[in-house]
Design a binder for this molecule. Structure first.
Ligand code: PHE
Ligand code: ZN
Length: 854
């Protein structure tokens, strides 16, 4: 079939500095839904040699005027194409000059939500990665940094931009951002907004006004976001010594947003689902996520804004580090053990999955067609893991010294991964040339371990290998920090955690002077993002689940038990007895953290089971996996009926709802018990709980149980009556129906919901609720008749015309298609090919499709 057309590829090796210096940007924006006028004045300093001035900006910009130092150049010196405007060197002064342009743009037509757009009557912008070029002609690249002065003209009551306010009068506001920044950090907001406000005094005495701006009526759901912001500001001072650097910090919530949130300097813009929360509308998971993302965006002020990226290949420089920092923040505020387990689960579900398929790429890619396709789990989550490994290798003190040096040396810079690694080398004296492979090589290393015991010495022998990934057939050995502890036969720890540094393809490490043969607890804290394979019988796993002192390793032992049972069951082999016994003992341990017990009681998802099978070279059968998981859950429920019923009752929280970690932990155990009990009580407990619960956490959990049993109709109606006009709750209402539908009904449910009037598909959250919900229903999406693929493909094609970023990102639902059976592969490939030949397909989706069917 004719594959998608080739398009221009960006290569890391082609990087060249911009030939002009930009010493100031002035914007004057007159807002109107149609015909917004943007006047820009760029103060440019030419380099030594005369060169053409190339600015980014395409056909969407209606150029009304252009002058150089006040004079219009000869039109023969100006060229435009679909993406740029070029002024010939001959028309440019050799001394510093001012380029002024006036363009008209149409925010109302902007359904891609990139550049300036309207969301529910609010004007807002999204410029990362390359959105500023849809606002005005500009050198839209992160290494061109300057100060901004911005005038906004509009009747809207609230007019915001980056930096500090310098003038506010009716119909006009002027902002000045003293910190040089690249255009991707520019933001502008205008709307009928109200603020929840507070103040923060920095360690050195700066008084900062804090505002969380929302639509009138939403103020009572913005308090938690504000609390989270204040905690983040304090934490970054305490832990990293980083202070805020402006007089105001504004956060704005909008309903239409392609991503979670955006770190624009002094003016963070958020998807409203990551700001608005009240106990009756948001779950514990929502609260935790809001806290983490508020922190993430705030932390970008230093890791991203004060120090930015030289080019987009370096994206993980800011994202990996900022994710790592927000993970540290959450572990400090909540349970470190639980947070680590959750992060590993996310990494495996999203990043290992990405690594296993045709979209695998290194944390620092060296080529791309559309940068928006690289805001991935590999860049973010694996980028954070790589920093965690660095910290483990150089120690906490070495890490602290390196970070101080990084902020000192690179403040104000647009930096690279090389800069970052050099800081660690200079601060610690360590050679990181081999470590750098973690940034440049794709794929999840497979680590196998063998044990030998002789005369009081335990020898662990590891071998590493990384499967081929697109463009990288063979990979040299990496540095792998392997944290190991030893547990004696009586359950006591006989050797505390020690980090082994593996640098060879195969390497042995000896533990000497041991009395009796211990059990090795390996990869503690998930010390490296690898897949560990070791020969271990279920009894030894159960022993570790009972005795390991490292909470991650302990949970992992249970996980391994569950996965081995599930992979066996899904291939028709009887299994699971040891797991059921061991998990019961752990769940009954009232001394253990309820959140930890909940995590242990929650079975791996079907997707994770499929990923495990594929890594073992077995073709996953989605229906068999679903049946195996159902079967194991039901057997756990039968075996531990009384215990689960007791936990469900004991963990009932009385008194007012609080989203804090401890209260949420109790609810998570309660919900885990409820889910299992639902397998045998016909959903009676869930029905009662749905009716009486005062919080969304328990109601959603109960609803999911009811839907799985096909008796969710009444609950759905009640929820709709209560919250039909609350978009965020209705997003949940859409997604849970598809996610919890029995697999053979999932596509039909999705199709019915897509036909509803309130399926406002152009809203990214609503679209993701439905299509993402289907993709999360593993056996439903991968229905053997191809209906899940076809349905998804239809919607991707429709979405692509409106919002290419969302279509391209959602296309990753297909990223694992090559691992399934021939029938499914045939259907998936046909669906992808159908998208690939669509007339006018965006660059975003075209790149994704061509990588997936390469
Ligand atoms: N930089 C944002 C973050 O990580 C994510 C983002 C990327 C938002 C692109 C919008 C567009 O917090
Ligand atoms: Zn980020």
């Amino acid at each position: 079939m004719p594959g998608p057309k080739p398009q221009p590829v960006q290569h890391l090796a082609d990087y060249r500095p911009y030939p002009f210096t930009l010493s100031g940007t002035h914007l004057d924006v007159t807002l109107a839904p149609r015909g917004t006028i943007v006047r820009a004045r760029l103060e440019l300093v030419p380099g030594a040699l005369p060169v053409d001035l190339v600015l980014d900006g395409g056909r969407g910009l209606d150029l009304r005027a252009l002058t150089i130092d006040g004079h219009a150049p000869d039109p023969a010196h100006i060229r435009r194409d679909d993406e740029t405007l070029t002024i010939a060197a001959a028309a440019l002064p050799s001394a510093p000059f001012a380029l002024e342009t006036e363009v008209a743009i149409d925010p109302q037509d902007n359904t891609a939500f990139e550049g300036l757009y309207l969301s529910g009557g609010i004007f807002c912008t999204q410029c990362e990665a390359e959105g500023f070029r849809h606002i005005t002609f500009y050198p839209d690249r992160p290494d061109v940094m300057t100060t901004f002065r911005v005038i906004i003209r509009s009747d809207m009551p609230v007019l915001l931009s980056n930096g500090n306010p310098v003038r506010q009068e009716p119909g006009l506001a002027e902002w000045h951002d003293p910190w040089p920044k690249p255009a991707y950090l520019f933001a502008l907001v205008a709307g009928d907004l109200v603020a929840v406000s507070d103040r923060f005094t920095t360690r050195s005495g700066r008084d900062v006004a804090l505002n969380v701006w929302v639509r009138p009526g939403d103020q009572d759901r913005a308090g938690f976001a504000m609390e989270s912001l204040i905690k983040s500001m304090r934490w970054d001072e305490d832990v990293y010594g980083r202070e805020y650097d402006l007089d105001v910090f504004n956060i704005v919530a909008v309903d239409d947003f392609n991503m979670g949130a955006m770190e624009n300097k002094g003016l963070n813009i958020f998807n409203s689902k990551l700001v608005l929360a009240s106990p009756d509308t948001a779950t514990d998971t929502d609260y935790e996520r809001i806290e983490a993302v508020i922190a993430h965006e705030y932390f970008h002020n230093w890791t991203g804004n004060r120090i930015t990226c030289r080019d987009w290949f370096q994206l993980c420089l800011k994202e990996g580090l900022t994710v790592f920092r927000d993970q540290q923040f959450t572990s400090d505020l909540r349970s470190a053990a639980v947070k680590r387990i959750e992060d590993v689960q996310t990494l495996r579900a999203r990043q290992f999955r990405e690594d296993q398929g045709p979209l695998a790429h290194p944390p620092r890619p060296d080529r791309y067609e559309e940068i928006n396709n690289f805001y991935t789990a590999t860049v973010y989550e694996k980028g954070a893991e790589v920093i965690g490994m660095l910290k483990r290798l150089v120690g906490d003190e070495g890490y602290a010294r390196a970070l101080d040096l990084y902020f000192d040396r690179h403040d104000g810079d647009a930096a690279t991964i090389e800069d970052w690694l050099l800081v660690f080398e200079d601060a610690t004296g360590r050679d990181l040339s081999q470590f750098k492979r973690w940034y440049t090589d794709a794929g999840t290393p497979m680590l196998t371990m063998e044990e030998a015991w002789q005369d009081g010495t335990l020898t662990l022998t590891f071998a590493q290998s990384t499967p081929p990934t697109p463009g990288q057939p063979a990979k040299p050995a990496r540095v792998i920090p392997i944290a190991v502890g030893l547990i004696g036969p009586n359950g006591d720890e006989v050797a505390p955690t020690r980090v082994l540094e593996m640098t060879e393809a195969q390497q042995s490490f000896a533990f000497e002077g041991l009395g009796a043969r211990p059990v090795a607890s390996v990869l503690r804290g998930f010390s490296a993002p690898v897949m560990l394979r070791r020969q271990m019988d279920d009894a030894t796993r159960a022993f570790l689940l009972a005795h390991d002192t490292d909470p991650f390793a302990r949970w992992e032992a249970g996980r391994e038990l569950a996965l081995s049972a599930l992979t066996d069951l899904s291939q028709g082999r009887d299994a699971g007895a040891d797991y059921i016994t061991a998990i019961g003992a752990l769940a009954a341990d009232d001394a253990a953290d309820p959140a930890f017990r909940a995590l242990c009681l929650t079975l791996p998802g079907e997707e994770e089971i499929a990923t495990r099978l594929a890594s073992l070279g077995v073709t996953p059968d989605p229906d068999a996996i679903h049946a195996a998981r159902d079967d194991l859950a039901r057997r756990i429920a039968v075996a531990h009926q009384d215990l689960l019923a007791r936990l469900f009752d004991d963990m009932a929280v009385t008194g007012p709802y609080s989203p804090d970690a401890q209260a949420a932990a109790g609810r998570s155990l309660r919900i885990a018990a409820l889910g299992l009990l639902g397998r045998i009580d016909g959903g009676d407990r869930a029905e009662v709980l749905f009716g009486i619960a005062g919080n969304m956490t328990e109601r959603m959990a109960a609803l999911a149980v009811l839907l799985r049993l096909g008796r969710g109709e009444a609950a759905l109606r009640i929820l709709h009556d209560e919250f039909g006009d609350n978009r965020l709750v209705m997003d949940k209402w859409f997604s849970v129906q598809v996610m919890a539908a029995p697999p053979d009904q999932a596509v039909a449910v999705a199709r019915r919901l897509a036909g509803r009037k309130d399926f406002d598909w152009k809203n990214p959250n609503r679209f993701r609720a439905l299509l993402g919900g289907l993709a999360a229903n593993h056996a439903g999406f991968h229905a053997a008749d191809g209906s899940g693929y076809a349905f998804t493909a239809d919607w991707l094609m429709r979405m692509d015309a409106a919002n290419p970023q969302i279509a391209a990102r959602m296309s990753t639902a297909f990223e694992t298609w090559p691992r399934y059976d021939a029938t499914r592969r045939g259907h998936a490939q046909a669906a992808l090919e159908q998208i690939g030949i669509l007339e006018g397909l965006s660059r975003n989706t075209r790149e994704m499709i061509s990588r997936m069917i390469a």
